[in-house]
Design a protein around this ligand. Sequence first.
Ligand SMILES: [Zn+2]
Length: 249
Amino acid sequence: MFDCYDKSHVKYERCYRLILVLMSFSYQVKYSSKRKTVAIKIENSCVKVYAPNYISPKQIEEFVDLKSGWIMDKLSFQSNTLVKSILEQRQIAVLGQVYELCFCDGATSTLSESNNLIIVTTNRKVKCKRTVALKQLTAYLKLTLTEHLEKRLELLSEQIGVTYESIKVRQYKRRWGSCDKQGRLTFNVQLALAPTEIIDYVLVHELCHRVYLNHSREFWQLVEAYSPLYRDSEKWLKENGLSLDILKL
Ligand SMILES: [Zn+2]
């Protein structure tokens, strides 16, 4: 399977589509006296309906029914990206640039990148090739992201007028970045797979913690001054966060 990714991938896609035809979904309803309209949100593959108090369950059901095509599309997109490990992807976007991914066996384990192509070669004598390939890809993403962050942080910290102590890139499950009292910044390696404007927002967010070590109104005002579309970025991270969780076996 490891050697002929394309064939296994096609099989997988066909199988997946069949499941989709039979797919059903459940949803949660949140009522609010302040709401005036009904809204549907898909968060981490859960369907949530936000409705005003006066709407009946039957009306909600009709609304959800009307939107079922859109819901299915969103759910299939999210689960499609959610279930796939990076080892099952044929393409990945690194710092917003799309690369074809190719896995093969060789005399040694190496990773090369050129002309929008990333070739992960795994030593044919290695027993668990997937583990080795994943390690190689993770190391590549760490290095690429670190280089990018160093450049961007230098510029952004100067604009905001703050300093920082150090930069580290690590694997986190639920955190994009952090900044401690000493100004030590850490970032999630999976940021490498996000668009560059989203990465910039995370950097601005952490750098603004050099001024406010909290999420106060003043903090968000400062974030907005340097990342005016920060609400969109927050939304993007919320909606796509889990789909970036692909650094798994
Ligand atoms: Zn924060």
